[in-house]
Design a protein around this ligand. Structure first.
Ligand code: NDP
Length: 261
């Protein structure tokens, strides 16, 4: 099926690794032009070399918390590619802190990352999204937004706020023809989990450790997800074929979510 993404431009934050990188790859496969950013120039260069996309890929070093840097990068992407049709707010990470050990700084940093990670790119891309005939924003969120984890208390609370914000934005931006949706992830095998495996020092190999993790968290499909399994959901939402889908969220979580909505 032609998803109608060829020659469209999508900005993906945090495309040098994991879900972002898989999304960039899937979009390039659909013939889209992609602009992506991250904080580490070497990781970005490595991703660009791996993707080998030539002039359909633009990368830039930029921290999503820095509004001016995000504005500059977005302007560069829109100028180079002649507009922006889609925005994937993906950059970020979670914070393993419970109520007892979360400091005021943890709360501030987590809320800042999650909210500026959506608001800065959206505000920067808005003029071009308004001008697009098929504009769509996808916020990469977590099942934690609906099913909080005490050991991730700051991230859970911030994620819930972002899910709420996405709903408001979908109503606010609908008159401009901009759809806004979310994907809510469970546990997806990316750099976040290889780093946690290394930090855990359990003595278990990565696959064994993952299997224990899946059992402990009650993942119905019995395994962590792959980044490309998330990317397909994001690309489906970005497609103009999803033109009547806005204000919703799709769980991509292997059945770890316990809720019905
Ligand atoms: P990775 O760590 O594999 O990739 C994160 C990407 O975001 C990298 O490209 C990183 O590059 C970039 N990034 C991180 N912080 C910033 C920042 N402040 N500004 C710009 N770029 C940034 O993570 P995942 O692919 O696992 O995660 C992607 C998203 O999905 C995140 O928002 C994460 O919280 C969310 N998520 C992931 C889950 C999982 O199990 N993997 C579960 C639930 C949600 P660099 O470090 O160079 O900046």
């Amino acid at each position: 099926m032609d998803l109608g993404l060829a020659e469209r431009t999508v900005l993906v934050t945090g495309g040098s690794s994991g879900v972002g990188l898989a999304t960039v790859r899937a979009l390039l496969d659909e013939g889209a032009r992609v602009a992506t950013c991250g904080r580490d120039a070497d990781r970005l260069a490595g991703a660009a070399a791996e993707l080998g996309a030539g002039d359909r890929l633009l990368t830039g070093v930029c921290d999503v918390r820095d509004a001016a840097a995000v504005r500059d990068f977005t302007h560069r992407a829109a100028t180079e590619f002649g507009g922006i049709d889609g925005l994937v707010n993906n950059a970020g990470q979670s914070r393993m802190k419970g109520f007892a050990d979360a400091t005021a700084e943890d709360w501030r940093d987590e809320l800042e990352l999650k909210f500026t990670g959506v608001l800065n790119p959206l505000q920067a891309a808005l003029p071009w999204l308004r001008a697009s005939a098929a504009a769509c924003v996808v916020n990469v969120n977590a099942v934690l937004a609906k099913q909080p984890e005490p050991r991730l208390i700051t991230t859970s609370a911030a994620r819930a706020g972002i899910l709420n914000l996405s709903k408001s934005l979908s109503a606010d931006l609908a008159p401009d023809g901009i759809r806004v949706n979310s994907v809510c992830l469970g546990l997806v095998d990316t750099g976040q989990w290889t780093r946690r495996h290394a930090a855990a020092g359990s003595g278990l190999g990565y696959q064994e450790w993952q299997a224990e993790l899946a059992a402990d968290r009650g993942i119905a499909l019995g395994r962590l997800g792959r980044a490309d399994e998330v990317a397909y959901a994001i690309v489906a939402l970005l497609s103009p074929r999803a033109s009547y889908i806005t204000g919703t969220s799709i769980d991509v979580c292997g059945g770890v979510g316990r809720g019905i909505l």
